[in-house]
Design a protein around this ligand. Structure first.
Ligand code: FES
Length: 339
């Protein structure tokens, strides 16, 4: 058994051999940002103060040569090889914030609903204890035994007492897991999931207007956050701008219109990028339409979720409109993540 020591708190955590630093931290309830869990995004970068670790195979763009020389590592892939690994992580008091993930939790598939050509909604109910999670987190779904690797899928609802979970799953051509869910998993099947993971979290105490930007199944974590904010009585304006190619891709249009009528502080806006708009929305990419809706984001909390290029272009425009770095939250779906 190896040991991880977090600084500045000095708190020690046991690390069974072969486990990554990220998974050990998560099991103790610590929120280390992460996105791809595969050494591709760089989100889980932290500084290693002493000790040795096996970094595994990571992409150069996720950790620069300069960062490697300064002692940084990507914790989603890093496995300690020395008895003690000392890392710079956490606060003085090292209080954990998240629910520790549960592995191999059996759920029954209660519904599969085709939402668009490529996206279906998968609904699961727990056969055991409901999984506790924060809105915005994700679950790992797959069946490794039959060649369908575990992949992260954001939970699309906020927590419910009966533990029901819903997911929006894009069928990625050539993928191994999403085609299995689309074509082989049936209503009534029992499947195992691991959850919760991720740090794309809302802050229930935040006292700012909220802007959410989403495309495709990036709407899933946004729906979870929106439901939580609105049902808990968040008073500031909340705006969702959803980007779709055509009107057939307007996911959950009815549900979002319903939320708009129910909550006076919620505005649902959408834009079509490949079709002229005759359904009452905007036209063009987010970088073109957002400045027409909100010209100053300096006091907004911003949540962005979708594919990598969507998130990158949204980040650029919200930066331009004055959003503060510490109030921008992003969830990027990497190709290997969504398969
Ligand atoms: S590089 Fe570790 S989570 Fe993406």
């Amino acid at each position: 058994m190896k040991k991880i020591i977090m600084q500045p708190s000095g708190k020690e955590i046991d690390c069974p051999s072969g486990e990554t630093v990220l998974s050990v931290l998560e099991k103790q309830g610590y929120a280390l940002p992460n996105n791809c869990r595969a050494g591709a995004c760089g989100e889980c970068k932290i500084k290693v103060l002493s000790g040795e670790f096996d970094q595994g195979f990571i992409m150069d763009m996720a950790l620069s040569q300069e960062d490697r020389e300064k002692g940084y590592g990507l914790m989603c892939m890093a496995k300690p090889t020395s008895d003690v690994l000392e890392i710079e992580f956490g606060t003085e008091d090292a209080q954990p914030k998240l629910f520790p993930p549960v592995e191999n939790s059996w759920h029954i598939v209660t519904d599969k609903i085709q939402r668009t050509d490529k996206i279906l909604e998968l609904r699961l109910s727990p056969l055991g204890q409901p999984i506790r999670f924060w809105p915005g987190q994700y679950a790992m779904i797959g069946d490794e035994g039959s060649g369908h690797p575990l992949r992260p899928y954001s939970i699309a609802n906020s927590p419910r007492p009966n533990g029901e979970l819903s997911f929006l799953i894009t069928n990625e051509p050539g993928g191994k897991t999403s085609p299995w869910i689309h074509e082989e998993v049936n209503i009534g099947d029992n499947i195992k999931i691991n959850a919760p993971y991720g740090t794309f979290l809302g802050d229930p105490s935040v006292d700012t207007p909220i802007l959410c930007l989403a495309s495709g199944s990036g709407l899933a974590p946004i729906l979870s956050l929106l439901n939580a904010y609105l049902s808990r009585g968040h008073r500031n304006p909340v705006t969702l701008l959803f980007s779709a190619k055509t009107k057939a891709d307007l996911l959950d249009f009815g549900k979002l219109k319903y939320l708009e009528s129910k909550y006076v502080n919620f505005k649902y806006k959408f834009t079509l990028t490949q079709e002229s708009n005759n359904v009452g929305g905007l036209e063009g990419r987010i970088d073109k339409v957002l400045p027409q809706l909100l010209s100053d984001l300096s006091n907004h909390s911003v949540y962005i979720a979708g594919g990598v290029s969507f998130v990158d272009s949204c980040k650029k425009i919200v930066d331009k409109l004055g959003a503060k770095e510490e109030l921008i939250h992003m969830e990027e779906y990497f190709a290997q993540q969504v398969q």
